[in-house]
Each structure stands twice: as structure tokens, then as C-alpha cells.
Design a protein around this ligand. Structure first.
Ligand SMILES: Cc1ncc(COP(=O)(O)O)c(C=O)c1O
Length: 376
């Protein structure tokens, strides 16, 4: 059954023997379901213009539901953005930081996560406490918990760190933060769609991410999922018709913003990208994240074992524990030489975490992994 589902998933991707996708933590190819959705709306907008109005809005709602399903939240707890950075800005500037409050963050956070917090802290005179990762880029849960203080207002961290794949025991962190009354914000861009997500269920106050990584969707959509009780209290950063109602509501200076996360969307949306994301989320849900994760991990493990047996040095701490899809290594030939080898063979990769990062997805194959190994 699982094998059948895996084949169904793999069948959703273009098979190009000349291209090997191993920078999936950067950008994945999109699913056929997403591609078909793009074509569908492009054609309808071309043919029908305004006559698509109710239908495209309904499809954006379906996308909201499909994404909410993967996160485990309600559809109305989601706000669409153009990027993760936009979503994080809303939360960082909206949570009401005061002078002396602390925000606790790791030093290896992706910059779309780091900079909004830095700016929000600078503007409010709160303190951004930047915790140093271990020498091997590990992010020990204990170390993070010990750095929480009476002043910590927000624990802000990535579910999966972008450069190393490092992960904390998120459940334990959320539990401790809840006990102390600290808000928890998690950047889930590197986890949603590829690892089963229980972060909402464990009690995170808000999460954010992007379309173009493990959700196999086009670049250009960010999302914020935020608890409704928190959204109700939070002032939007940007305003427009949809903050208050719809494009058909008359202007009224006395009107109040909507009461759920949709008030953070000021106006018209990127319908094509959002509905394509919805199609991929539905696909991932139908196949099941567990099936997709298992295959991607199997391939990462094959790659890791092969690299080790050839004498390359594995760098990321979680690489050895076999729970990460990011395989960071220092090649014996040196980074520069291997970068050229991979590039000339159309194998994409990233230079991250002090070495080369390859990141596997369930659409990769044993043959692709073995080709990489044979070149190294
Ligand atoms: C942890 C993390 N968050 C967010 C993003 C994407 O940020 P944005 O959507 O602002 O480009 C990335 C992309 O590399 C990432 O690794």
C-alpha cells in the first residue's frame, strides 16, 4: 500500500535524466498537480476574466484548508503572504515587544527569520538574545531551555535549521514555554510537507513558512498560522479592503478589522501560486507525509553511508542520527573541486554549514544517489 502511494507521488514529477535535484531544502521542482492548477487558472483567467471571481475565491479557500490540514490548524488561522519573511514581520512587530523583553533565537537561523526579529527588537528596545550553536552546528534543547529567562517574551526558532538540519525537541520547548507564559513562534519552512507536523497540536502560538521547498509548489507564497485568540488582539502591519471585509463592502472609518488571521491579508492575493500550493498540499496529504518522509530519509541514509564509506567527512550533527534530509559534508577533494563536478553534471546542491549540503526528496532515486557517489 505504502509502496503504491510512493509510486503515485513519484509519478507526479517530471523525469529529466539530465537533471538531478538535490537542493530540495532550497527549491524543489513542483508537482504535476501544482503545474496543472497553474495551467487551469491561467486558461480560465485568459478566457473568462471576471467570470472566474467566485470560483477562484473558492479555490483559494480550498488551498487554505489543504495547508491547514498539514499544519493541524483551522483554515481561518492562516494568513497568506508573499514570503515567510512577510509572515514573520507581522508576528515580530505585532506581538507587542516592550523594552527589556527578550526574544531567544539561535545564531544559525535563516535571515528571513533573523532580520524581522532583529528589527522588531531594535525598534522596541527589546533584546534579541542570539544563542550560539555548538561547534558541530547542533542546537541542544537543554541549552535553549537554560537560556530562557524571566524576561523572555518569545521563543523563536526553526523546526529544522536551514543550513545543518539541526532540530530541537520542539515538544519539550513548547511545554516549558507554556509553563512560563512565553510565546512560541516556529519557522516551519524546512519541515512542513516532509516531516509529520505536530507543532500546532503541541501548542505553538504561531508558525510560518514558504511554498517552494518541501511543499513542492511554485515560489511566491508565504503563510502565517496564528491562534485566533492571538490574531484578535494583534494589530495588522499593513491595511486594505480585506483587513476589514471584502472589496464589495463600502468604506467605513468606524469598521473594525476581521477577527481572525485573514485580517492580515490587506488585498487581492496571488491566486495562481496559492491554488497551486493548495494542490500540492492536498497531494501530500493524500499520499501521506509519513510515506514521503520515509523514502526521503532512506535516500539521505544511502547518500550518507556512501559518503562515509568513501572517506568524506559528515558535518551536520543530525546527519549521524539519520533523521535529517540534509546531508552536509566536507569532501576529501575540497569544496571547490566538488562544486565544479556537481555543477558540470547538473546536480544541484548548496554550500551550507561549512561544507556541501545535499538534500533528498522522495522523488529522488537510488540511481541518482549512486551517480553522485560515483562522481565523488
Ligand atoms: C528556515 C527558512 N525559513 C524561511 C525560508 C524562506 O524565506 P522567504 O520565504 O522569506 O524567502 C527559508 C529558505 O531558505 C528557510 O530555510
Amino acid at each position: 500500500m505504502n509502496h503504491h502511494k510512493l509510486l503515485q507521488f513519484q509519478d507526479q514529477f517530471a523525469r529529466r535524466p539530465d537533471l538531478i535535484h538535490l537542493n530540495n531544502a532550497g527549491l524543489t521542482p513542483i508537482s504535476r498537480a501544482a503545474r496543472d492548477k497553474i495551467n487551469y487558472w491561467a486558461e480560465r483567467f485568459y478566457q473568462e476574466g471576471f467570470w472566474t471571481d467566485a470560483d477562484y475565491m473558492a479555490d483559494v479557500l480550498s488551498a487554505r484548508l489543504a495547508l491547514a490540514n498539514l499544519i493541524g490548524c483551522q483554515a481561518q488561522e492562516i494568513a497568506w503572504y508573499q514570503s515567510t519573511a512577510g509572515a514573520i514581520n507581522q508576528f515580530a512587530f505585532g506581538i507587542g515587544l516592550q523594552p527589556d523583553d527578550e526574544v531567544l533565537i539561535w545564531d544559525q537561523e535563516y535571515s528571513s527569520h533573523l532580520y524581522p526579529w532583529k528589527e522588531a527588537c531594535d525598534q522596541t528596545k527589546a533584546q534579541l538574545v542570539v544563542l550560539k550553536s555548538e561547534a558541530d552546528l547542533g542546537t541542544p534543547t537543554e541549552k535553549y531551555l537554560q537560556a530562557l529567562t524571566k524576561k523572555t517574551k518569545v521563543a523563536a526558532f526553526s523546526w529544522v535549521q536551514f543550513s545543518s538540519g539541526a532540530r530541537m525537541d520542539v515538544e519539550a520547548v513548547i511545554k516549558e514555554c507554556k509553563r512560563r507564559g512565553i510565546f512560541v513562534f516556529v519557522d516551519i519552512a524546512q519541515g512542513l510537507g516532509i516531516h509529520p507536523c505536530q507543532i500546532w497540536h503541541w501548542g505553538a502560538d504561531a508558525v510560518a513558512g514558504a511554498s517552494h521547498k518541501w511543499l513542492v509548489s511554485p515560489v511566491g507564497v508565504g503563510y502565517l498560522a496564528i491562534r485566533t485568540e492571538l490574531a484578535q488582539k494583534m494589530k495588522p502591519r499593513i491595511f486594505g479592503a480585506y483587513t476589514f471585509g471584502t472589496c464589495d463592502d463600502p468604506s467605513d472609518f468606524a469598521c473594525e478589522p476581521k477577527r481572525d488571521a485573514t485580517k492580515f491579508e490587506p488585498g487581492s492575493k496571488q491566486v495562481i501560486e496559492i491554488t497551486a500550493l493548495g494542490a500540492s498540499c492536498q497531494l501530500i496529504h493524500d499520499i501521506s507525509v509519513e510515506v514521503i518522509e520515509a523514502e526521503a530519509l532512506r535516500l539521505a541514509h544511502r547518500l550518507r553511508r556512501g559518503l562515509e564509506s568513501k572517506g568524506h567527512e559528515l558535518l551536520n550533527p543530525f546527519g549521524k542520527a539519520s533523521i535529517s534530509l540534509m546531508v552536509n559534508f566536507l569532501p576529501t577533494q575540497g569544496i571547490a573541486e566538488v562544486s565544479v563536478t556537481l555543477t558540470t553534471n547538473n546536480i544541484n546542491f548548496a554550500r551550507r554549514g561549512g561544507g556541501i549540503r545535499l538534500s533528498t526528496h522522495a522523488f529522488n532515486t537510488d540511481q541518482e544517489i549512486d551517480k553522485v557517489l560515483s562522481l565523488l
